[in-house]
Design a protein around this ligand. Structure first.
Ligand code: 6R9
Length: 632
């Protein structure tokens, strides 16, 4: 079902709210189910229990692949552009993808993976990453993709939390002019993961890696022995499809669990509508499969819709800052979905990197991951879209599974920096800090959702209580997003950013507590406090206030060590931008750090720090202020 006009959007939205079950069951009919559902929805936000398409049986890969093989087997499913900008690239048709997935499903089976098992995927941006995900889905195993920028420790924690019994990885990964030793990181992680029985290694480089006898095996060797047909496992609509770890306000990342039927229905519906995908379009989303955007809008959404999706291995600035535009011209991309941080970074390089390339095939631009500022929006609109392509500013989260608030291109009147209006089936409400609904327009508050949608989080893996506490306990009877928002006079939503202890660095969610835990691993560190601050390119930067046992002799050296510890514990994406060694932290008498004060100092706004008299030692604030000023 594709909405074609604003009137149709309004009437569809109205129907979706008046009778959500009728609305979604209508959309769900478009798919292939082995057995239809008996009841569309059952839900309880207080004791968190949400089920969609109850009793329905299906396999999502039959909808991603088998259906398309019947109708358009030779259509290109994936175009793969490698890190190196050569003329050679890979095109995989739906038939070929089907065969690769079936073949790899057999490999998984031959290696002892069964329905319900958890399989970790730690891979670069190669088509085999998508093949691995779909092969898991085909046999009913639950994939847990871990972004291949996370450290061995982070990887091990995630594997252990989900008790994965197999991992799929590659020898190396190419990112720009760097070669990352992926397999080495896996080897290190696997020292601490007793549940792992098998490690299947895709050869991306020269394959010169250590292989552990009885545990490790090569992808290319395994597929030689595997058949290209695999009868898909029959799954229940509510069987988990995947786990994806994400940061929250507590120290430990949580495994967000998505189920099969609802996720399928929602990602296809939103993909088709938000991007207004048309039959022969080439669609490119620059995310990594390690994030939810890669799951929903590189793999599942587009393939469910039978689209042609471009997958890119490299980075925006290699070999130069014109790479994105070169790829768009080369593959005649029609729909381009990226992140504000990439736009802000490319803006700084100037237009000479854009002008050589023909961008006339572009029809729709998209943004995701963090608030897009007016300047970046305008630059994207004018320089890339040539003032003729609408921008869809899509707000959503790992937990929501799919896009929630977004304009529909050429349908919704856009407004820079506004995600605009909720998609059909999405019922946002704004509440004050006491959880009271703020009615009307021209208001601001905390963004919650009051009614279930098909692709919403079902639980956090292994800890249902935590999921309840995290998302459904702050405001009774509501799903709390953790984001603040404005609703303007037109009823348009603008997301203002996180209101919890999560920092959004270049569109990546990082918990302040996670970074603190990592910094505290440094032998000389007594305590630390981490806050976000506005950063021109990253959106938010990480600012760490650190108390040492004794003043470091060589402060530069100490800071380097702290960065190394964070890289080791979490990964390079969590490295603080600024480290300030302090003598104390602003604490209340009950020992709570007043982060509000640290945030102000990190922002460089110390004119009004508010009431500091309740602090145990108010003088500490002066010394932190002075130290911060000296760092700028
Ligand atoms: C899809 C994704 C979710 C957080 C979310 C919010 C921020 C995402 C946004 C946006 C403003 C947008 N966010 N899209 N903020 N405008 N269009 O990014 O998922 O990694 O879980 O991050 O990202 O703060 O709460 P995830």
């Amino acid at each position: 079902m594709k909405i074609k006009s604003f009137e149709e959007y309004l009437s569809t939205y109205r129907k979706s709210v008046e009778d959500p079950e009728a609305f979604w069951s209508g959309i769900a009919q478009e798919f292939h189910w082995r057995k239809l559902w008996k009841k569309t929805l059952s839900w309880d936000f207080n004791d968190l229990d949400v089920q969609w398409f109850i009793g329905g049986k299906l396999n999502i890969t039959e909808n991603c692949l088998d259906r398309h093989v019947l109708t358009h087997p030779d259509k290109v499913a994936i175009i793969w552009e490698s890190n190196e900008p050569t003329d050679i690239f890979v095109k995989i048709t739906y038939r070929e993808l089907y065969e690769k997935v079936c073949q790899f499903a057999n490999v998984l089976k031959n290696n002892g993976v069964k329905k319900g098992d958890r399989v970790c995927i730690y891979m670069p941006m190669v088509p085999e990453a998508a093949v691995a995900m779909l092969a898991c889905a085909r046999i009913g195993a639950i994939h847990s993709v871990v972004f291949a920028g996370f450290s061995a420790n982070s990887l091990a924690d995630r594997i252990n939390d989900a008790q994965c019994n197999a991992i799929i990885t590659s020898d190396i990964a190419y990112r720009g002019n760097k070669t990352l030793e992926i397999k080495q990181i896996v080897d290190e992680a696997l020292q601490k993961t007793p549940s792992i029985q098998r490690c299947i290694v895709y050869q991306r480089g020269e394959g010169k890696v250590n292989m552990v006898e009885g545990r490790d095996t090569w992808w290319h060797e395994e597929i030689k022995k595997a058949n290209k047909e695999f009868e898909a496992e029959e799954m229940d609509s509510e069987d988990p499809l995947f786990i994806l770890y994400t940061s929250g306000s507590t120290g430990k990342p949580k495994g967000v669990v998505h189920s099969t039927g609802g996720y399928m229905v929602y990602t296809k519906f939103t993909f088709e509508n938000v991007f207004q995908y048309e039959e022969n379009d080439v669609y490119w989303c620059t995310a990594d499969v390690g994030w939810i955007t890669g799951h929903s809008y590189i793999v599942y959404g587009p393939l469910l819709a039978g689209a042609t999706v471009l997958m890119f291995e490299g980075i925006p600035t290699y070999p130069d800052a014109g790479r994105f535009w070169r790829v768009i011209a080369k593959h005649r991309v029609n729909i381009f979905y990226t992140a504000p941080t990439a736009i802000r970074s490319l803006m700084t390089f100037g237009e000479e990197f854009i002008t050589p390339y023909n961008l006339s095939t572009l029809k729709v631009l998209g943004s995701v991951g963090e608030p897009i500022n007016e300047e970046a929006w305008q630059w994207f609109y004018k320089n890339i879209g040539k003032s003729r392509c609408p921008i869809v500013d899509t707000w959503w989260q790992t937990e929501t599974g799919g896009i929630m608030i977004s304009p529909l291109p050429r349908i919704t009147v856009q407004k820079p920096t506004f995600a605009t209006l909720p998609l059909p089936g999405v019922q946002p409400i704004v509440v004050d800090n006491n959880g009271k609904e703020i009615h009307g327009n021209g208001v601001e508050g905390n963004l919650c959702i009051k009614f279930p949608w098909p692709s919403m989080i079902r639980t956090t893996y292994g800890d249902h209580e935590r999921c309840k506490q995290n998302y459904f306990a702050t405001y009774k009877g509501l799903y709390f997003t953790g984001d603040g928002c404005k609703r303007d006079e037109d009823g348009y939503y603008r997301i203002t950013g996180r209101v919890d202890d999560v920092i959004n660095v270049s569109g990546h969610r990082i918990g302040t507590a996670e970074v603190e835990n990592a910094i505290n691993q440094h032998i000389a560190v007594v305590e630390s406090a981490v806050v976000g601050y506005p950063h021109d390119i990253k959106g938010q930067g990480i600012y760490a206030f650190v108390i040492c046992e004794s003043k470091p002799e060589n402060e530069e050296q100490f800071k380097k060590e702290v960065l190394n510890v964070v890289t080791r514990e979490i990964g390079a994406i969590a490295k603080p931008d600024i480290i300030q060694v302090v003598e104390g932290l602003p604490k209340t008498r009950s020992g709570k750090i007043m982060r509000r004060i640290l945030r102000k100092i990190a922002e460089g706004d110390t004119s009004n720090l508010g009431d500091i008299t309740t602090l145990l030692d108010p003088t500490i604030v002066e010394s932190i202020k002075e130290g911060a000023a000296a760092l700028r």
